[in-house]
Design a protein around this ligand. Sequence first.
Ligand code: HEC
Length: 467
Amino acid sequence: MVIRGQQPADPADSGSATVSYYKEIRPIFQEHCQGCHQPAKRGGGYVMTRFDLLLQGGESGEPAIVPGKPEESYLVRQITPENGKAEMPQGGQPLPEPLRAKIIAWIAQGAVDDSPPATANRYDMEHPPEYPAPPVITALDFSPDGTQLAISGYHEVVIRSSDGQQLLARLVGLSERIESIAYSPDGQRLAVTGGSPGRLGELQIWQVAEKQLLLSKIIDYDTLYGVSWSPDGSLVAFGCPDHTARAVMAETGEQVFYNGAHNDWVLDTVFSVKGDHLITVSRDMSMKLIHVPTQRFIDNITSITPGALKGGLDAVDRHPTEEQVVTGGADGTPRIYRIFREKARQIGDDFNLIRAFEPMPGRVFDVAFNRDGKLFVAGSSDDMTGEVRVYQVDDGKIVIRHQFDSGVYAVAFHPSGQWIAAGGFDGVVRLIKVPEGEVVSEFLPVPLSVATGNAATELTAYGTCGS
Ligand code: HEC
């Protein structure tokens, strides 16, 4: 096949500038290709996230990249359009000409890997991460039927039976850091956001029973936060460090919602009961209401009076049946708000506030209602200590108060309402009985490996991730 528009490779001619794989080519592959070509989802048997396999190619047996020879590289043929259509990216628009030219120039220059050693992707389902120390827990969710507990790990989400006793699955993906986890309303799928700081933001959707990665959508170059499902399971929303909240179709990954009303990182999202509005919280200290079909900003749910808000908001959860949300953040005070304003805003009011609860020590990192909405759990972290509390919604009474020697970053209410799970800095999951408040079980989500020379290196790499 003749590759039109491409001159015979002449290294002297391929531009004086050397093309960097790490800085220029890898981001193109990451954005346009790796969602379908990674260890957990090998389109055509082709994995593009490991450099040796990137060169090697997939099922066709043809070398994808022949260093120095773009005209012999199968990948180049696959991305070159004919009559306006290219084989790859599959089902998408052909890569723009300047990107293709860059890839061709890089191959012509010898397809050199200039990645820093620490950024290599080492893990897949057959080679799950090994842990010399427990991974920090940043996200937890019980399945809606109450049988499973999903727990964040490093490069993976760990699925255990909801009493913690059995390890059911390890869903190993591209993202080093997992920031949020949410089961779909029918419990079949798991949405996960995370990434690698400064390099990758990713949304994953897994079919849990099959341990199959249905979708990996790579968005920008920093971790994604606060994933949530629409009540009908059709949309998945999340927050981005570029100050936007977005939603995609869960089936296809097609982006259907994009709103930039916040002016700092968006850390959590939740849909209204009817599913027609999205509620978002941000480091910019505000909670916003956005109309899903039109993607338009409707209202600030929290007061916007300067000085009324102290510090950013980290977490939001919606009442199971009413249009109310609980939120928490830097000031340690959990608050319940009504989502929709019942009268016009007066300057300086905080009209939607229903109740502010007794502040927790430090910063509230996570909140969750129980199934009937009469209680909620909140987890906080203050330097090296943490607290879990269960509050009564109606009168603010503290039903459970538990202090730990380690910050709490994630909490979840079991659907039965009979226990909660909490996790955080020390990597231990604790199950606490409601309303008694006793810790009935403590476990590590993953087995620890014996520390070896190698493991020590991994610990360093992990240490930067957990900080
Ligand atoms: C939506 C999923 C998807 C995306 C995005 C995608 N691919 Fe593919 N790719 C596939 C599938 C599936 C195959 C298997 C062959 C087929 O079905 O056509 C494949 C096959 C290939 C092959 C042949 C592997 C072999 O040796 O058989 C190459 C090379 C390739 N893709 C490169 C790319 C590149 C480069 C990009 C990004 C510019 C990309 N793909 C984006 C799904 C995808």
